[in-house]
Write a protein of this length. Structure first.
Ligand code: FES
Ligand code: FES
Length: 161
């Protein structure tokens, strides 16, 4: 089996794996970081989103052979103690419901704000459209992204809807 050199959250790994093994499998089963979730397995839901070279990718659909030598960042790598501005905004807006999709949502949001510090609603919708939430937390996700970006937003009388 070939050996692939991977950098995950700035730590180096030499991984023995089949060339076609999805990056998601490597992250969860070999590296042991389980914050990244398996949803659909076919690049349709966004639950498995991580960053490759700083850009969001669906790790279920990238074989290890295609990512070798490139830096990967997972949800565990964006801050050491959940203090990334996006994580703080997620907590302030109480975004998660069941939580399953949320690490992928956060990784997409972090990538968006890196390239667009003040996104419009349309920018947010475009960047987040590939991240599906079966619990329907989309309005709170949008508010949390705006909070992290320092963009004013309206709060209705029922709280975080
Ligand atoms: S598990 Fe990768 S996009 Fe759904
Ligand atoms: S919070 Fe449940 S799937 Fe998004």
């Amino acid at each position: 089996m070939p050996t692939y050199n991977l950098s995950v959250n700035e730590k180096k790994y030499a991984i023995n794996a089949d060339a076609q093994m999805p990056l998601l499998w490597v992250i969860r089963d070999i590296v042991g970081l389980t914050g990244t979730k398996y949803g659909c397995g076919i690049a349709q839901c966004g639950a498995c989103t991580v960053h490759l070279n700083g850009a969001p990718i669906r790790s279920c659909s990238f074989p290890i052979s295609a990512v070798e030598g490139q830096p990967v960042t997972t949800i565990e790598g964006i801050s050491s103690n959940n203090t990334h501005p996006v994580q703080k905004a997620w907590i302030a807006e109480q975004v998660p419901q069941c939580g399953y999709c949320q690490s992928g949502q956060i990784m997409s949001a972090v990538a968006l704000l890196k390239t667009n510090a003040h996104p419009t609603d349309a920018d947010i919708d475009a960047a987040m459209q590939g991240n599906i939430c079966r619990c329907g937390t989309y309005p709170r996700i949008r508010k949390a992204i705006k909070r992290a970006a320092g963009i004013p937003f309206k709060t209705n009388t029922h709280g975080n809807q």
